[in-house]
Design a protein around this ligand. Structure first.
Ligand SMILES: O=c1[nH]c(=O)c2ncn([C@@H]3O[C@H](COP(=O)(O)OP(=O)(O)OP(=O)(O)O)[C@@H](O)[C@H]3O)c2[nH]1
Ligand SMILES: [Mg+2]
Length: 195
């Protein structure tokens, strides 16, 4: 890969742990991490991810990778979506289940949007990964956010009931990172061909 490792900017230690584990498999992608409290705008997941990446590259004056995660409830027309962090903090696992108590439809999907920004003011490239499931009363241990209430379609297990290898083989984050990896490899090959 390129000589300078890419900087992954996140304030979330669990995200970082998963990203490092996923990227350590297969074609090696080196990353450094920075914990910066970046402002997050309101808007659609792509708008939020793009603004976050611009802000990261402007702060650090280098190429950056950022990530935004949304948890979208079908019965609520995809809300809480990118605002899940605040809903989880305010309502907890029980409260998030209660939001759906008036609906038979418990379907939800986890959406991960990685954003690569080559430098301050430059165009951002987005990579999405989506995993389908449904919202259930909390099951399984672990300490990552809403993992215990998201049961992955076709598995009968919540993310929290899976070991890390299992989650990282089907998660929203894994699917988006597979696209990031492909892009970074092609970028590197292009740079090598030009030099
Ligand atoms: O159980 C979970 N399993 C996951 O796989 C997962 N991925 C993200 N999250 C949570 O969803 C919100 C996203 O908000 P978010 O994207 O703004 O993240 P963040 O503010 O924590 O970090 P960052 O924005 O600095 O990267 C935050 O509450 C995260 O903790 C997850 N919870
Ligand atoms: Mg955030």
């Amino acid at each position: 890969m390129s000589s300078k490792p890419l900087v992954f900017v996140t304030g979330n230690a669990n995200k970082l742990k998963e990203v490092k584990a996923i990227l350590s498999k297969g074609h090696p992608i080196e990353i450094e991490s920075r914990d910066l409290d970046l402002p997050e705008i309101q808007g659609t997941p792509p708008q939020i991810a793009t603004a976050k990446a611009h802000s990261a590259s402007t702060h650090l004056s280098c190429p950056t990778l950022t990530e935004d995660t949304a948890l979208c409830f079908t019965a609520l027309h995809d809300l809480p979506g990118p605002y899940i962090k605040h809903f989880l903090q305010a309502l907890g696992h029980t409260g998030l289940n209660t939001l759906l108590s008036g609906f038979e439809d418990k379907r939800a999907y986890a959406l991960c949007t990685f954003a690569y920004c080559p430098g301050p003011g430059e165009e951002v490239v987005l990579f999405e990964g989506r995993t389908e499931g449904r919202i259930v009363p909390a099951r399984g241990g672990g300490t990552f956010g809403w993992d215990p209430i998201f049961e992955v379609e076709g598995t009968g297990k919540t993310y929290a009931e899976m070991d890390i290898e299992e989650k990282n083989a089907l998660s929203h984050r894994y699917k988006a990172l597979a696209k990031v990896r492909e892009y970074l490899i092609s970028l590197d090959e292009k740079k090598k061909a030009e030099s």
